[in-house]
Ligand binder design. Structure first.
Ligand code: MG
Length: 382
């Protein structure tokens, strides 16, 4: 065969022209990068952003960072990396169902948690305390530091030099009020994050014996998922039952979100990115209006599930005990590096001149995996 029209068949411009709604962020409309770069022959700007995140050290280290449970809890449960991949999977489904920019959604999902320090929110809380008088610590802000400054590539500037839209999306998560209203792609990833963790944390908690499936079934949202699973699959016994219910729980949330968001796009006349932003900024009392959102009934069901998980899982004795021990190690190591700056890797030592020693130590420690932190702590005599 000759004379194949590859531009028509395979270019991102052609793909987007066919698949994106007018409410989506079109790649051609990107505000570009802080440091201008020539276009790539066949990858669009957000495809390149996604690849930069996947190839980053911060992304790889998610494999050995805690989501909720640590490595000491076995090897069934989610790590920060598998959480990220589940979010990405759900977010891509949403992107296709809502005619959003799938490349951008994938980029935002893969990058959304790269700022997490070791030990998940336990590590974050400890660093926030240690930096109380030095600007604080927040995993969403840290992700921005990684993207803009800390990751190094073979380029004459620091950071990943990502597209403006990716940085803005991450900035909306810091809630410091400086970011523009979130694109629908950002809203979809936020919703996918919540669907993923509400479901997989319940699954992990049952596997680890913190709660039983029957207790979960007392929650209306899970009961509804169980009813749907029964409709489709009958009543499987044992682990098959749990899987069927949890799959149905994801499906239920995704289906609700798609139906509600499609209806909202029509009802609110969302026909451009400008309109997405106007709708968001039109919220009363500074609360943005999200086009990508659940029905009130499903949102209420999620709230109940989240309360249950908070009390029975995130604040369980088992999680809290591990958390306290890990926090002590992290705090001790942080103080040790502040007292021994010469022991920092050269680039963190050099950066301390610009951002101050506590911040640079936090950057270094936050980049550690759970197991590296453990190793670096335990090899010293205290
Ligand atoms: Mg997340």
């Amino acid at each position: 065969m000759s004379g194949i029209d590859w531009t028509r068949l395979a270019s991102w411009e052609a793909r987007e022209a066919h698949t994106l709604g007018p409410w989506a962020m079109h790649s051609a409309a990107t505000a570009g990068r802080e440091h201008p770069e020539p276009p790539h022959p066949f990858r669009g700007p957000f495809q390149r952003d996604r690849d930069r995140i996947v190839h980053s050290a911060a992304f790889r280290r998610l494999a050995h960072k805690t989501q909720v449970f640590t490595g000491a809890d076995g090897d069934y449960h989610r790590s920060r990396l598998t959480h990220t991949l589940e979010v990405t999977s759900i977010a891509r489904t949403l992107a296709r169902a809502l005619a959003l920019n799938e490349d951008l959604v994938e980029t935002l999902a893969l990058g959304h948690d790269i700022g997490h320090p070791p030990l998940g929110h336990a590590g974050e809380d400890t660093l926030a305390e240690l930096l109380e008088h030095d600007g604080g610590f927040n995993h969403n802000a840290q992700a921005l530091r990684i993207m803009r400054l800390l990751e190094t590539r073979a380029a004459p500037f620091p950071g990943l030099n990502l597209s403006r839209e990716v940085l803005d999306a991450q900035a909306t998560r810091t809630r410091d009020g400086t970011a523009p209203a979130p694109l629908l792609e950002t809203q979809a990833v936020d919703a996918a994050d919540s669907i993923a963790y509400d479901t997989h944390d319940a699954d992990d908690a049952v596997e680890l014996g913190l709660v039983t499936l029957d207790e979960l079934h007392d929650l209306p949202l899970v009961a509804e998922a169980a009813a749907r699973a029964r409709e489709r699959l009958g009543t499987p016994a044992g682990p098959g039952r749990r899987r069927a219910v949890l799959h149905a729980l994801v499906d239920l949330q995704v289906a609700d979100l798609v139906a509600e968001s499609r209806a909202a796009i029509e009802r609110l006349g969302v026909d451009s990115v400008a309109r997405v932003r106007a709708v968001f900024d039109g919220g009363v009392g500074g609360r943005g209006v999200r086009v990508i959102s659940h029905s009130p009934a499903l949102a209420a069901g999620k709230k109940q599930l989240e309360m249950f998980l908070f009390q029975r899982v995130y604040r369980s004795e088992r999680v809290m005990t591990v958390r306290a021990a890990a926090q002590e190690k992290l705090a001790r190591l942080f103080r040790w590096y502040v007292a021994h700056p010469d022991e920092l890797p050269a680039r963190f030592r050099a950066r301390a001149a610009d951002c101050g020693l506590p911040r640079s130590v936090a950057d270094y420690v936050a980049g550690m995996t759970d197991r590296y932190l453990e190793w670096d702590h335990d090899r010293r005599t205290w």
